[in-house]
Write a protein that binds this ligand. Structure first.
Ligand code: F3S
Length: 386
């Protein structure tokens, strides 16, 4: 690959991987089972990204392994009805075409593990969406560093990644204990906890005590928020996540999180007052989350827009179960492919967004110039039901 025998693209991409391995002291390259590429929305990569991808696709670059994509900046099928700008859509479609030409699966989602790309325990992968990296490492026990868009694409085209960081046993050990005494009921509570802990531990590996019986939606909310407010790519939860029993957290510094800290975090994340729109599904909603929203909207009417963002795969299942119909009858939308952060919602006239996600609350002010109303699903819906 390095000699250029496999073409210019592979030569460049393998050089990138070697450079990365040298910087981080990797001993060798290891094969990866799957890849997930971020940097898909035209809003984030712009014309330079589009031109780079078209150039590579035009030169015949093809991925060697199962490769999924992060969300683009719009619903790829219903963008017109939802009011996405035409000029944006045209560029976004060109980006998708370039990825497809390279053999990348254009089921674009930040929850690939819910949409057909599910690694096994211990499998080496190269994923780049930070919430998916956290979920794969922590909840599944697969192994990935937090790849950038280019290094993930390089892994997909070359089939390998440098062996360093979270691929190694010794780098997966916790360095801080988080003792949780707060009562965690709603998914937003897990988002607030994650936001608070991410700010404290930054790049660390927390070992949680006191979280009992959390489901995978709650763990995805927790991990996403920690990856956003800090750079946490792996966490362990005592008696819950698959590697926790292999760790010895004795003697580590301990942080305590109780009701007071949780309440303060809710306060910090609320920068707005009256939402123009409420958007659920960060990370992309599971079928269970869509079903829960449908249950709460059955027979009701909304006076403001409510979206739930999800993958195309989940939306198809929601359609079949009649959840989409219930949500739409109330005046809401099940938006596939994209999300509130990577889509240009600020260009669509929205100024204040209501969310139950710690990650979305972290990014909306900077990425989308939004004021944020952060709350649990019931509090948010109360504001917009007639
Ligand atoms: Fe996914 Fe968008 Fe949130 S990519 S994790 S829904 S910011």
């Amino acid at each position: 690959m390095l000699s250029g025998e496999q073409g210019e693209v592979i030569e460049r991409m393998s050089r990138l991987l070697v450079r990365l391995g040298d910087i981080y002291g990797a001993d060798r390259m290891i094969p990866v089972g799957s890849v997930q590429v971020a940097g898909v929305s035209y809003k984030s990569i712009g014309d330079p990204g589009l031109e780079f991808l078209e150039d590579y696709a035009g030169k015949g670059a093809k991925v060697r392994i199962l490769t999924y994509l992060n969300p683009p900046g719009m619903d790829l099928e219903n963008w017109k009805d939802l009011g996405f700008p035409e000029d944006f859509a045209e560029k976004q479609m060109r980006i998708m075409k370039a990825f497809r030409k390279m053999g990348i699966i254009t089921t674009a989602t930040c929850t690939p593990y819910l949409a057909g790309n599910l690694p096994r325990f211990g499998e080496h992968i190269a994923w780049s969406e930070s919430s998916a990296v956290s979920f794969a490492n922590s909840v599944i026990g697969a192994r990935t560093n937090r790849e950038g868009g280019p290094s993930a694409l390089a892994a997909a085209l070359c089939g390998v990644t440098p062996n360093y960081g979270l691929h190694l046993d010794e780098k997966r050990k916790p360095n801080v204990v988080v003792k949780v005494s707060a009562d965690l009921k709603f998914n937003s509570d897990f988002g607030a906890l994650g936001y608070h802990v991410g700010k404290q531990v930054k790049k660390g590996i927390p070992y949680f005590r006191g979280i009992e019986g959390a489901n995978t939606d709650q763990l995805k909310a927790l991990g996403a928020a920690m990856a956003a407010s800090g750079a946490v790519a792996l966490y362990h939860v005592e008696n819950l996540t698959p590697e926790a029993h292999l760790m010895d957290p004795k003697g580590l510094e301990t942080i305590e999180v109780g009701e007071k800290e949780l309440k303060e975090t809710y306060g910090k994340l609320n920068t707005g007052k009256d939402p123009d729109i409420i958007i659920f599904g960060c990370p992309h909603a599971s079928l269970r989350e869509i079903a829960a929203l449908a249950g709460k909207l059955e027979g009701k009417r909304l006076k403001k827009p409510v979206w739930i963002c999800t993958s195309r795969v989940m939306r198809e299942a929601a359609n079949r179960m009649g959840f989409t119909e219930v949500i739409e009858k109330a005046g809401g939308k099940v938006v596939a492919d994209t999300c509130m952060v990577v889509s240009p919602i600020e260009r669509m006239g929205y100024k204040t967004t209501g969310v139950n996600s710690g990650k979305a609350a972290n990014y909306l002010p900077g990425f989308c110039k939004q004021e944020v109303v952060f709350g649990n699903i019931d509090e948010l819906l109360k504001r917009v039901l007639t």
